[in-house]
Design a protein. Structure first.
Length: 151
């Protein structure tokens, strides 16, 4: 079953159950997917792949994390809680992220495999990690870990 179909099914379930914590967020996700499909059709492509939807969901989570930071600074707890709920709902459709320990191990192995010596080699390492582990790594954490290992 495609990821788009899973999200649409979950939206229908939430609407039937009148789950006010879930369906507004899923409506936003479905709308973003449809917008992306329209943009792809104008480029001549037919349908979004699951990997495209995953990157869209990651982008949505990143936006909400940025909003969380703003709300924390402004001491807007009710808005902060709403953003956290949305992150939780969207996150259910993403592949499971590796733990910090596993991420660090993968980073160390990649550093050895490309013979990286300094922070200048970070782009090379990130390129390798993105090709092999695009769905399972949180690259904001990877960046921090690599800076620590290479400096």
């Amino acid at each position: 079953m495609s990821l788009k179909k899973q999200i649409e099914d979950k939206l229908n379930e939430a609407l039937k159950a009148k789950d006010k914590n879930t369906y507004p967020t899923l409506r936003l996700v479905v709308s973003a997917i449809k917008d992306a499909e329209i943009a792809m059709r104008s480029k001549g492509e037919k349908e979004l792949k699951n990997s495209d939807i995953v990157s869209l969901l990651k982008k949505m989570i990143k936006q909400r994390n940025e909003s969380c930071e703003v709300y924390k600074k402004a001491n807007r707890n009710e808005l902060l809680e709403n953003e956290k709920k949305e992150i939780e709902v969207i996150g259910k459709f993403l592949p499971k992220q590796l733990s910090d320990e596993d991420t660090k191990k993968i980073c160390q192995e990649t550093i050895k495999s490309v013979n990286a010596n300094s922070i200048k080699d970070m782009g090379k390492i990130m390129g390798v990690l993105k090709t092999k582990h695009a769905d399972s790594l949180d690259f904001s954490k990877v960046s921090v870990i690599l800076k620590g290992l290479l400096s």
